[in-house]
Design a protein around this ligand. Structure first.
Ligand code: BJ8
Length: 383
């Protein structure tokens, strides 16, 4: 239970997941194609163009970890273990109903886990170049995008036309705009929305396969929140404003995001894959669609890229735009790429921006909750 202000029809992430499961079952029974995905690098537009529904697979749940550890090492990111454990034990309804999985070689743990996941279901694994700007990176990645299109065509015995891809790009750009507008409610001071709601709605929305329905919901909620701000919030004092950065937070919504807000601060923004990272960056609709898709997804500022200066630039802009008082970095256990980048992030936030910063190293268990609350409580007092 939470004492945070939430809309009447608010569903927690587990509730949304349960309801989506029933919809997914109906969808499958109606003969709809379903492709499971995991990551922000996924070119969703190609799935859409294949007239298939893209659905984000489960990567949360401490109860999925022991199952995963029967084949994966203990000292591995909980997101990777939970993804595999949920698939292996048939606990992820979306994996169960997916015809195939579209995945990418992002971090080492994920790419090796996908080798095991491929034993369970057809996984198309895109090879991601190690950097965005290296020699041939874009051309290499473009070939990977083409290989996805070809695999979808072979798998479903269809042809995907440029026209279908253009249509999908247009639809996804409209969706990006609706999601971005919703995120940007967090810029209002004081914010009329909790970070807990933002994180939950965005993560839960990944189960909504009808993009028009998703756009409609987000536009409606954004308009409602703007009205609420004008009526009840404008001109009132603000609580300390926190930006979250680092690893994805869907698996720790209750453990970290909600706790920050219960402890007296507002989470106003996310500089991670649960935030506007890729939503800010639409696909160019004037270019050849495959090139435009390849260019767009190669721009994602994930720590798996070396070097990754775009993340600092995005963080810089977001701290200013969201009028942030402090930054909380979430580091999932054994995520080496984000853990190594955290040194540069700490220096940037504290020295360049002159703001307090804290890194929380955690996993999906509840064992460290009390210790985290103590550290977050002390951090919020400094803001
Ligand atoms: S684009 S952040 S969704 S890879 S937390 S599994 S990196 S060890 S989730 Fe991610 Fe795509 Fe990047 Fe976004 Fe590995 Fe780190 Fe675990 Fe991670």
């Amino acid at each position: 239970m939470t004492n945070l202000k939430l809309p009447e029809d608010f569903e927690t992430y587990p509730e949304a997941r349960k309801n989506a499961f029933l919809k997914m079952k109906e969808l499958k029974e109606s003969g709809r194609r379903i492709v499971g995905v995991f990551c922000t690098y996924t070119p969703w537009e190609l799935i859409e163009a294949a007239d298939a529904a893209a659905v984000v697979l489960c990567g949360i749940g401490d109860d999925n970890i022991p199952i995963a550890e029967t084949r994966l090492p203990q000292n591995l990111c909980p997101l990777i273990k939970a993804s595999y454990g949920a698939a292996l034990a048939d606990r992820c309804p979306f994996f169960y109903f997916s015809d195939m999985v579209l995945a990418e070689t992002t971090c080492d743990g994920k790419k090796k886990m996908y080798e095991l996941m491929s034993e369970l279901k057809h996984c198309h694994i895109m090879q991601l170049p190690p950097g965005k700007t290296g020699r041939g990176a874009l051309e290499f990645w473009k070939q990977e995008v083409i290989s996805v299109k070809e695999d979808l065509e072979d798998f479903y015995h269809i042809r995907i036309t440029d026209e279908q891809i253009r249509k999908a790009i247009h639809l996804r750009n409209r969706e990006r705009k609706a999601v971005l507008d919703f995120f940007e409610i967090g810029r209002l001071k004081p914010t009329p929305i909790t970070g807990y709601e933002i994180n939950t709605v965005i993560s839960s929305n990944e189960f909504t396969v009808d993009l028009e329905e998703k756009i409609k919901y987000l536009e409606h909620r954004t308009a409602e929140l703007k009205e609420l701000y004008e009526k009840e919030y404008k001109g009132k004092p603000s609580r300390p404003r926190v930006l979250i950065t680092g690893c994805p937070t869907t698996g720790v919504i209750d453990k970290i995001v909600r706790q920050i807000e219960e402890l007296g601060a507002d989470v106003v923004g996310f500089e991670n894959c649960c935030g506007p990272r890729e939503k800010k960056d639409p696909i160019d609709e004037t270019k050849d669609p495959i090139t435009a898709i390849a260019e767009k997804y190669l721009r994602v500022n994930c720590s798996v890229m070396s070097p990754n200066p775009g993340r600092l630039e995005a963080l810089d802009a977001q701290i200013d735009e969201y009028k942030v008082d402090g930054v909380v970095e979430v580091l999932l256990q054994a995520c080496h790429t984000f853990a190594i980048e955290s040194d540069a992030i700490r220096t940037f936030v504290t020295k360049e921006k002159g703001l307090p910063y804290i890194a929380i190293n955690t996993d999906y268990s509840s064992g460290d909750q009390a210790q985290i609350n103590t550290r977050l409580g002390a951090f919020i007092e400094m803001l």
